[in-house]
Design a protein around this ligand. Structure first.
Ligand SMILES: Cc1ncc(COP(=O)(O)O)c(C=O)c1O
Length: 282
């Protein structure tokens, strides 16, 4: 596999990052994951916009020439790894760069941010999309800047592992008595035909797929409310599902062993899945 690191393409086994990199020492960086179908990046503009917002949020100054080359680098990675047909994903990470000695404050002298990008084949979880998944509920112990897609993912990885240890697929995170999102996807609920989801804010990541689901809701004339699902009404709703770049639209059958609605994927999530696939594979 060939990857891109700081201006060069190379075999991923040859890639080296300094132990002084602030991504390694502080988790001082952001990332993006984009889906690719037959060489086309799905919602590329939206991912790049979120990347720019993340860079601004972290006050990381990526050279504009380098930033503007990102789409080209992505395409070259797809070609070098023979991923221009079929399905793939592109991973991108920017950190503030390597600075020594280690200090919490930003480096006094300007350092070059580290830019890493890779492309890999992607296989959608079609059987899970059809059957639905089981989840557990966990407290959302993350910080209050969840709108930034930072590489600080420990609460997310711990929650995901806790779900796996419990024999579940993923977790539904709860903050202040309401459902926020999952460790790697946004969450929607359906009650009496209306779609509910946590409002855009610093408590969730503004998912690109979440935005697509809202577009689909409008197209299909599904009423939608930016109102979070309360934990105490979780089992009164009819449907619950995840949305995310690698998750796609994923129905949730159960939380903590208790069924949501019929305990099977419902009609609204199926209609949204269908439309989402049309858009992704058009
Ligand atoms: C915490 C979190 N929420 C939501 C999402 C979904 O975002 P997107 O649809 O842009 O992939 C992700 C994706 O990784 C995520 O990590």
């Amino acid at each position: 596999m060939e990857i891109y690191l700081n201006g060069s393409f190379m075999n991923h086994e040859e890639a080296r990052i300094s132990p002084a990199d602030r991504g390694f020492l502080f988790g001082d960086g952001i990332y993006e994951v984009t889906r690719v179908v037959h060489g086309e990046l799905f919602r590329e503009r939206e991912h790049l916009k979120r990347l720019d917002e993340g860079l601004n949020g972290l006050r990381v100054h990526l050279d504009p020439d380098v930033r503007n080359k990102i789409p080209e680098i992505g395409r070259e990675l797809l070609e070098r790894n023979r991923l221009t047909s079929g399905e793939a994903s592109i991973y991108l990470q920017v950190t503030r760069g390597a600075a020594w000695p280690r200090t919490h404050t930003f480096p006094d002298t300007e350092v070059k941010p580290t830019l890493y990008m890779s492309a890999a084949p992607f296989k959608p979880h079609n059987e899970l999309h059809q059957a639905g998944v089981d989840t557990i509920s966990v407290p959302d112990i993350r910080w209050t800047r969840c709108n930034l897609k930072t590489v600080n993912l420990l609460p997310n990885t711990l929650a995901k592992q806790q779900a796996r240890d419990a024999g579940a697929n993923s977790a539904v995170m709860i903050r202040d008595g309401v459902v926020t999102e999952s460790p790697n996807a946004n969450i929607f609920g359906v009650k009496e035909g209306t779609l509910y989801t946590f409002p855009e804010s610093n408590y969730i990541l503004s998912g690109i797929t979440r935005g697509v689901v809202l577009e689909i809701a409008d197209k299909l004339a599904i009423p939608r409310k930016m109102v979070p699902i309360r934990q105490d009404e979780l089992f009164d709703i009819d449907e619950l599902f995840f949305s995310g770049t690698t998750t796609d639209i994923q129905p949730i059958n159960r939380v903590d062993g208790k069924p949501i609605g019929s305990g099977k994927p419902g009609p609204v999530v199926k209609a949204i899945q269908n439309e989402y696939k049309n858009m992704l594979y058009q």
